[in-house]
Every structure is written in structure tokens, then in C-alpha cells.
Design a protein around this ligand. Structure first.
Ligand SMILES: *Cc1c(COP(=O)(O)O)cnc(C)c1O
Length: 481
């Protein structure tokens, strides 16, 4: 298996070469040269693996279609070490649960639980594997990596919990001082591992991102201190997410002639892009529904063909903050496939047109119709009012609490669910992470998993730094040796 850039660079790379990289050299994103195809026989075999051996073994089977530069036995062990009941709370790892909703008669809507990992958001599903892959590959190369990131909550904590105690890796995670929820702050700052560095910046999230960019653009510093990232464009993260589309399918169906649909609360388009990959491999997926909040860049595209990135001023701060994006960093991967893998056209859209005009319009391109008809995409948008109502109704009808992002997904999914085709809404976080909105909706605090009792009172380790790339560089330099 070789990987190529969406912008046409001539290089072809192996999995472990792109594992520790971000963008391709031409600014594009990596994708496999072609998607491995799952035949009816393969699908039956995978269902058997799921039924008899469970999630970790299924993960190994799916990943090994894309990874041929890690010996099979090692890859299997990495999967077994990652996807344990201990880490993800249940032996199914991603159990599904049917809901009572207002969907059409005969249409069944379920939640697929992806948020029972260490930080209670779906990002653990990929990040935990990434931590083990990084440790493995760095040891093989006898190398080190210093991960520098910016977070407003979910990504940073998932990265820290995945990398804590890992050999060869340090994490330097910037976050805006005092802006994360108390629970999120407690989760991150209570990590006392030597290789984890929390840096609270006196500024907002964008200031943190600007600092990360500035440090990464200093190529000499970047090389000297082996700076890397773990953002959602990383192919290994996306690949790890493909597995739970298979696991959801096997749980929701009895035989391989059935189809399912997925609805995915979306921001950077990483999660739903993994669904697109699963569908391209031949997993029988009917619809892939993209749910957005008030930041509806993606819903607008699927409705109109116009992809219009927003400025900071036009990006709303919402009660589903992990979906508050101005542009969707993985979206280029899908557009590349939509354009029949025309790299020069992809480059023209994402490099030239976005830089010049901040938008492009595929509405009049005949291929745009394929987004729906051939690739199965649908979309919808949810607002704060919808979110509160969905949380209230779900609690009233099912007596379970869902988080704000999952509520956006459920709101969008219900009217699109079709009789006879199970609709799986991906549960992307647990409500305790977004307690204030749950209290607003239900008048009470969300349930807290026992292992998180009292975390706000634990000792904290965080360095407060001014809004300055130089200060962050100095901190990194003095903590790498
Ligand atoms: C990251 C995140 C999302 C968005 O996922 P993308 O892969 O960026 O589309 C949705 N919900 C929650 C809770 C998240 O943490």
C-alpha cells in the first residue's frame, strides 16, 4: 500500500513514513492510492472476526489492509494492547443502543457509543492507537518526537492521555487560559507525567493556534527539537476511525445484505471521512449524514456546492464547541474523490481559490450531484435550541443523557432515517464534559463516571505563559533533554 497527496506530488510513501508527518510536501493530504475492496466473502469473514474475537481483532484486520510496513504480529499486538475493556469501559468497545425517537414508522435510530475511553470523547478511539503506534515506530527508529498542539478541550486531553508515559514522546499542549470547562481543565492539568506539559496561554484559542503555527514555521527550531503534531489530518487517526464503522454495521445488522446509515456530528470532517473510506471499501452504507451546529460550512456545501470558509469573526461560539470550526481540515480528502481524484483541480480549489476568494463553488459541476447519489452524503444543521430540545426529549423518552454534539447528530438524523435501514448516530462525547448546557436543558448535573469523581480537587500541573511564540519556544527548549 502506498500513499499519495491530494495535490499531486510525485512521492509515494508507506504507512510508517506518513505516520509521524502532517501535510504532504505540497500542502495536500495523504490518501491511499486506492481503497482496498471488501468482497462479500471478506465481509462475512470480518463479521466472524467481530462475533468471535471482538473489536481489537477486527481493528487488526482492517488496519492490515492499509499497513504493510509493520509485521503482522506486531500490529496485532498493538491493536490488542489498545482496545481493551479496561480502557474503553465495555467488552464491545463501541456498543450500540436503540432509542425511542420520532423517526418514521419502521425507521430505527441508535447511538453508537464512542466515548467511553479515558477522556470521554470519541477522539480517544484513534488517539489511543496513535500513542502506541508512535511509541513503536520511534523505538524502531531510535528517535524522539515532541508533539506541539493547541486545544480548546477534547483534542488536547485525548492526545495527552494517549501519550502519557510513552517512551520517546513529549507533549507540549497549549490551551487558552481559563477558557476550557472546569472538567476539561481538571482532566488535562491533573496529569503529572513527566512527558506531559500543559501550557496555558494568556489569550484565546486562536492565539494558541497562531503560536503553534509560528513555532512550526521556524524550520530550524522544528528540526532541532523534532516538533510534530497529532491533528486530525493525520492519516493514522483517520484509519483507526474506519474500524468502528464496521463494528457499528455488524452490531446493527444480522446479515451482509442489509444496509445501515450513519449520522456524524462534524467539525473538521475527520470522523465522517473515515465513514467515507469505509463506504469506498464496500461496507454497505446507505447514507453518510453530516451534522453541523451553527457553524454550517459543511451543511452549506452539501446543500449548494459552495464551500465558503469563515473568518474568525463569523465563527460562532456554540454549546457544541468541538464543532466550532471555520474550515474543515479533512474536507479536501473527500473533494479529491468527488473530483475523480483530479489532483490539479483539487489543488486549484484548495490552494488557489480558497486563498484568493475564501470559497469555491462546485454547484454547477456535474460531479457535484455524485456527493449525494454516488457517495451517499446528506447533511443537516442544528442550533442551540435544537440541542436543548433533543437532550430533553431523549431524556424524557429513554432516560439517558446525551452530550451537546451527539444531540446535534440526533436532531439531524431523525428526519432522515428510513424504514428498514438502521440509522446509527455516533456519540462523540459524554455529557459530563459539557455540564453547563446539560444543566440548562435538564436542570440537573449529568452523570459522572466513577473514575472522574473529584478530579477537580486533584493537584494540577500547568505553566502559564504570555501570548508569545518566543516564550513557548524557550519553554520547549528548556524541557527537551
Ligand atoms: C472533535 C469532535 C467532533 C468533530 O469531529 P471531526 O472529526 O472534527 O468532524 C465532534 N464532537 C466532539 C465531541 C468532538 O470532540
Amino acid at each position: 500500500m502506498r500513499y499519495m497527496s491530494t495535490r499531486g506530488h510525485a512521492d509515494r510513501k508507506q504507512f510508517c513514513e506518513i505516520l509521524l508527518e502532517g501535510l504532504a510536501p505540497d500542502g495536500g493530504l495523504y490518501l491511499p492510492e486506492s481503497y482496498p475492496q471488501i468482497s462479500a466473502i471478506d465481509l462475512a469473514k470480518l463479521r466472524g472476526v467481530w462475533n468471535t474475537q471482538g473489536y481489537a481483532a477486527l481493528a487488526f484486520e482492517v488496519l492490515s489492509l492499509y499497513i504493510d510496513d509493520i509485521p503482522a504480529q506486531d500490529l496485532r499486538e498493538l491493536c490488542l494492547k489498545t482496545y481493551t475493556k479496561d480502557c474503553f469501559g465495555t467488552s464491545e468497545i463501541v456498543p450500540i443502543k436503540a432509542l425511542k425517537t420520532d423517526a418514521a414508522p419502521g425507521a430505527e435510530v441508535s447511538l453508537e457509543a464512542l466515548s467511553n475511553g479515558p477522556t470521554l470523547a470519541f477522539k480517544d478511539m484513534a488517539m489511543q492507537l496513535l500513542g502506541n503506534l508512535f511509541e513503536y515506530e520511534l523505538a524502531r527508529r531510535n528517535a524522539e518526537l515532541n508533539i506541539l498542539g493547541a486545544t480548546s478541550g477534547d483534542t488536547g486531553s485525548a492526545a495527552e492521555y494517549a501519550m502519557r508515559g510513552k517512551k520517546g514522546v513529549r507533549v507540549f499542549m497549549t490551551s487558552p487560559l481559563g477558557r476550557m470547562s472546569p472538567f476539561q481543565q481538571a482532566q488535562m492539568f491533573s496529569l503529572l507525567d513527566e512527558n506531559i506539559h500543559n501550557i496555558a496561554i494568556e489569550g484565546v484559542f486562536d492565539d494558541c493556534q497562531d503560536i503553534v503555527k509560528a513555532v512550526s514555521n521556524d524550520l530550524e527550531f522544528k528540526r532541532k527539537y523534532k516538533i510534530g503534531t497529532v491533528n486530525s489530518i493525520n492519516w493514522a487517526r483517520l484509519l483507526a476511525q474506519v474500524v468502528y464503522y464496521f463494528a457499528g454495521y455488524f452490531q446493527a445488522t444480522h446479515n451482509d445484505s442489509q444496509k445501515v446509515s450513519f449520522c456524524v456530528p462534524s467539525g473538521n470532517f475527520g470522523n465522517v471521512c473515515a465513514g467515507h473510506v469505509a463506504r469506498m471499501m464496500g461496507l454497505p452504507i446507505d447514507q453518510l449524514v453530516v451534522a453541523t451546529n451553527e457553524n454550517d460550512v459543511l451543511d452549506e456545501f452539501f446543500r449548494t456546492g459552495v464551500y465558503r470558509v469563515r473568518g474568525t469573526a463569523d465563527t460562532h461560539e456554540t454549546s457544541s464547541p468541538s464543532m466550532d470550526i471555520s474550515k474543515a481540515s479533512n474536507f479536501e480528502r473527500f473533494v479529491f474523490d468527488l473530483l475523480q481524484r483530479d489532483a490539479s483541480q483539487t489543488k486549484n480549489l484548495f490552494h488557489d481559490q480558497l486563498n484568493q476568494k475564501g470559497q469555491f463553488d462546485l454547484g454547477s459541476n456535474p460531479l457535484f450531484a455524485n456527493a449525494k447519489s454516488k457517495f451517499g452524503f446528506a447533511s443537516g444543521k442544528s442550533t442551540h435550541t435544537d440541542r436543548l430540545k433533543t437532550i430533553q426529549e431523549t431524556y424524557a423518552n429513554n432516560h439517558i443523557m446525551i452530550d451537546t454534539h451527539t444531540a446535534d447528530g440526533l436532531k439531524v438524523a431523525v428526519p432522515l432515517a428510513k424504514p428498514g435501514i438502521p440509522m446509527l448516530v455516533l456519540e462523540t462525547a459524554l455529557p459530563i464534559k459539557f455540564a453547563a448546557t446539560l444543566v440548562e436543558a435538564l436542570g440537573k448535573e449529568p452523570d459522572r463516571p466513577p473514575k472522574f469523581e473529584g478530579i477537580e480537587a486533584l493537584p494540577k500541573r500547568v505553566m502559564v505563559l504570555p501570548q508569545s511564540a518566543a516564550a513557548v519556544k524557550e519553554y520547549i527548549a528548556s524541557h527537551c533533554n
